[in-house]
Design a protein around this ligand. Structure first.
Ligand SMILES: Nc1ncnc2c1ncn2[C@@H]1O[C@H](COP(=O)(O)OP(=O)(O)OP(=O)(O)O)[C@@H](O)[C@H]1O
Length: 305
């Protein structure tokens, strides 16, 4: 099952395409890192997926084909936005009560126990909680709805490192205990490297890279060798990004490790998610790679840019 599936999805604000021709299939059971520079279209994609915005072009479905924004889709999704939208004058206990009344499913016991563990006073107004506590309250309310898909749009932007760590620990516990899928947009790559096993990289309103982290890491290497040799080999190698020093150059290349030979005098090294992501962020025009895959009539199709 795909938790988010888009076909030719686009959103235009005035004359600006915030998202264009986005075809993507994110399978269930992953923690997905959604990354991209400011203004790339991440929030637009998430807002379309959770039904907060309507597409200008194309389609978006969630949780195995439920049209985004439909009651069936909303029932299975929980969304936490950056500005954790809580009523500032409402005590945490009333927020719990309200959320329970507004939703068909709400695990009151979980929510109360979780807020107790976190030491969040139920009588305190949401507006008087710290940024970290507010984020945890919003996350707890979201998880108490027992969603199949949790969508987080930069929820940790305002949090200190410890609060971020605690926030992600709550998310990862839900992943381990409930098997939920998570799509998380963030600019903090080190954080994503720790938790994400699927990457979607958006650039200039288009999907540049999408795939399982393991596949992406297996399909890339950093080659280090003499700068003087770069031009000789660059054409033969699928170079995503080149960093040239005076003597040595580092090339991040797409590679097929079983058939692609390392040039003589060069060394190949494994690449981490942060390094890979940075390389693509530096090269918004680098061609997309394996994926995004989507299923047409049950047949997997490779979609490249
Ligand atoms: N409601 C809106 N009205 C007009 N333009 C918008 C609106 N929402 C987004 N945009 C524009 O669409 C583009 C994509 O914005 P979006 O918020 O999706 O990017 P983002 O990747 O989430 O950025 P950031 O990392 O800064 O949050 C930007 O050029 C933005 O200015």
């Amino acid at each position: 099952m795909n938790v988010i599936e888009t076909r030719g999805l686009g959103k235009c604000y005035g004359r600006t395409w915030a998202l264009r021709e986005c075809t993507l299939a994110i399978p269930a059971g992953h923690v997905v890192a959604l990354v991209g520079p400011n203004g790339a279209g991440k929030s637009t994609l998430l807002n379309l997926a959770v039904g907060l915005a309507d597409p200008t072009a194309g389609t978006v479905a969630v949780l195995g084909g439920r049209p985004a924004g439909s009651p069936a889709a909303l029932d299975g999704i929980a969304f936490v936005a950056q500005e954790t939208p809580l009523y500032p004058n409402m005590p945490a206990a009333d927020m719990l009560h309200l959320t329970r009344n507004l939703n068909r499913r709400f695990d009151q016991q979980y929510a109360q126990a979780r807020l107790g563990e976190l030491g969040i006073p139920l009588e305190r107004k949401a507006g008087k909680l710290s940024g970290g506590q507010r984020a945890q309250l919003a996350l707890t309310l979201a998880l108490a709805r027992r969603p199949h898909l949790l969508v987080l749009d930069e929820p940790m932007a305002m949090l200190d490192p410890l609060a971020r760590h605690d926030f992600m620990a709550t998310v990862m516990t839900a992943v381990a205990d409930e098997g939920i899928s998570v799509v998380l947009s963030s600019h903090v790559l080190t954080e994503l490297e720790r938790v994400a096993d699927y990457l979607v990289l958006v650039s200039h309103g288009q999907v540049q890279v999408a795939g399982k982290v393991d596949d992406l890491l297996a399909g890339h290497r950093v080659l280090t060798g003499p700068t003087a040799d770069v031009d000789r080999y660059a054409d033969r190698l699928n170079v995503v990004n080149a960093r040239r020093g005076q003597a040595q150059a580092h090339l991040l290349v797409r590679t097929n490790t079983t058939t692609d030979a390392v040039p003589p005098g060069w060394q190949a090294q494994l690449v981490g998610l942060e390094e890979l992501t940075l390389a693509y962020l530096r090269e918004p025009d680098a061609a997309a790679l394996p994926g995004p895959t989507r299923t047409d009539n049950g047949k997997p199709t490779e979609v490249t840019k």
